[in-house]
Write a protein that binds this ligand. Structure first.
Ligand code: ZN
Length: 216
């Protein structure tokens, strides 16, 4: 943790907002990880040495590096470029229907859906693509949807210092739709509000109306 804080000396962030969990050291080698996949294939009941599966451990580990890239990325770096030229603009900025996918930390199965993010800027705004990237940084880790929602909101809060942040996430959890209780289509909705979105019911209602405003 100390090392991470030192790398970003100018960052006003609380460590728990942006830091990835402390990794175990040394990181297992790629060969170790591929061997673990072979074990899982055998456990499932198949033969990891049959032709169709020979390259599978390699592919699975490559996919892992992509799906869990968020452990090696920093939200503070994603939001490091802000723009101060917002003229007389004085209202919320909303980005709606941002697709995301993550993996639940209980089953390592995907959950995926839409995120809606709004903030009320004070002097500084970020490029809209940065909000989407911020979600990916956190989503590409093992997560709970609740934690993911609050981390996205807290990072915007800490980095941009806006008058308020609103985050809503709606996702289908495959650990619930494909196994377990098997309820496909059920959506889990989480929200986190801060500043004026938390304190002013009118602003909160406006956010929800704007989120629901589009065709679905
Ligand atoms: Zn799960």
């Amino acid at each position: 943790m100390d090392a991470i804080i030192k790398k970003l000396p100018s960052s006003p962030l609380r460590a728990d907002v942006y830091a990835a969990p402390e990794p175990i050291a040394p990181r297992p080698s790629r060969e170790d990880a591929e061997a673990a996949v072979r074990t899982l294939i055998a456990f499932a009941g198949d033969n990891p040495d049959r032709e169709g599966l020979l390259e599978t451990p390699k592919r699975v580990i490559s996919a892992f590096e992509e799906l869990y890239a968020g452990y090696r990325e920093s939200p503070a770096e994603v939001l490091d470029r802000t723009f101060s030229e917002i003229g007389t603009y004085d209202d919320l900025v909303l980005m709606r229907d941002i697709s995301f996918h993550s993996h639940c930390e209980h089953h390592m199965m995907p959950f995926y859906g839409k995120a809606h993010v709004a903030y009320r800027p004070v002097e500084r705004v970020v490029g809209l693509s940065k909000l989407a990237r911020l979600i990916d940084v956190y989503a590409r880790r093992l997560q709970t949807q609740e934690h993911l929602t609050s981390q996205v909101a807290s990072a915007i809060e800490e980095i941009l210092k806006p008058r308020g942040v609103a985050v809503m996430m709606e996702a289908e959890h495959t650990c619930m739709s494909l196994r377990g209780v098997e309820k496909p289509g059920a959506l889990t909705v989480t929200t986190q509000f801060s500043g004026l979105f938390r304190d002013d019911p009118g602003e909160q209602a406006r956010f929800l109306t704007l989120v629901r405003g589009g065709a679905r």
